[in-house]
Design a protein around this ligand. Sequence first.
Ligand code: NAD
Length: 425
Amino acid sequence: MSATSQAGLYQGPVFEMARRQFNQVADHLNIAFDERERIFMPKRAIAVSCPIHRDDGSVAVFNGYRVQHHLTLGPTKGGTRFAPSVDVGEVGALAIWMSWKCALVGLPYGGGKGGITVDPYTLSLRELEALSRRYMQEMIPFVGPHIDVMAPDMGTDERVMAWFMDTYSMYSGSTVTEIVTGKPVACGGTLGRREATGRGVAFLIGRAMEIVGIESAQATAIIQGFGNVGSIAALELAQRGVRIVGVSDHSAAYYDPCGLDVEALVAFTRENRFLKGALAEALIDSDELLVQPCDILVPAAMERAITADNAGRIKCRILAEGANGPTTPEADQIIAKRGDEIFVLPDILCNAGGVIVSYFEWVQDLQRFFWDEPEVLDKLYGTLERALQRVMARAVRDGISNRDAALALGVETVRNAKAIRGLFP
Ligand code: NAD
């Protein structure tokens, strides 16, 4: 790719990971170098300062970002992350991955992602609401139901989405539920959105177990991250008879080969927010947890959890990427070379349930016509099954990994749409 004035804007290891994955797939698809930059580089990046009053009376200013990757197939769509790591490079990479994901599963969106550089757990509820509302207020000129539609991601939830929607609506003078997805059902959300990503992860793991030949009742799983995605995936897998032998969040990691009581752990985090203090007897080092034996390993927290340091030591048969970007390209190479044929459910397929049901929410909000939960789930699982089939068929046809097949399908869709629409003016 040639260098542009924008190239220096997006920096950091996560953006480099997205670039490297793209270039590998672009080589495979024989995309000319002068075409790559148009497909890869984000369309827009917005940076805002968000001042709020702290509870102690002082004023604090937080940096917020939103990256809109491409507008070729429709509005941009993607989560909002509140985390200390957030910068324009990280959300840029996440926006790009959202584009490939939406294209892979056939949604009429480009990718978007945004966030605030903040540890949300250090804010009081009032401060969190003030920051959420100020961020949306700063973003109003740049978003809209047909421009860019936000959703939850790490550190944000239904409550934050309700504040976003309320803030946008107050400025619009009427209720605009379709401005964000992942809202509470009580204010325009859809049934099934809160659980959609974790349920989608569990559904695809179920399909991978059938393909690899593992019985649920004999299977074990380890899950890193116990927030929206990780806890729901753990509950769903446990309901399918899988023994959950390990879980972790940023506060603690637990491992018990006899199995953990996931419902009790979820109840504990509902009361205490984090896993710390739940199970002293099963404590394990969080890095060690990832290399314990299991059939299914689900990284559902941060990017870059499986790296060159631990990829040679993970002991699973299915790697199900609930998180975005949990496996580095170096780790991918090590896993491929191991020769024990770990079945990888790549992130843009594995966690696509969230954006699929976000799309259903947006459609329902636009039509003011709501579906029942079985309809949502039926359409969710149907969409994931079709995407899984396409990925596996492409991997076999081209002799490439599931990840490269998923990325190739996503990149190719965006590339074709750009080619057909032409270059304006
Ligand atoms: P969340 O904020 O609800 O939960 C994140 C969890 O990760 C928390 O339990 C946190 O304690 C834990 N965590 C953070 N750092 C950790 C560490 N170093 N080790 C172990 N655990 C750690 O966020 P979420 O919505 O569940 O998102 C998790 C991942 O899934 C992110 O990569 C996100 O981009 C991705 N994702 C989320 C959705 C969605 O619908 N929420 C959809 C697709 C992908």
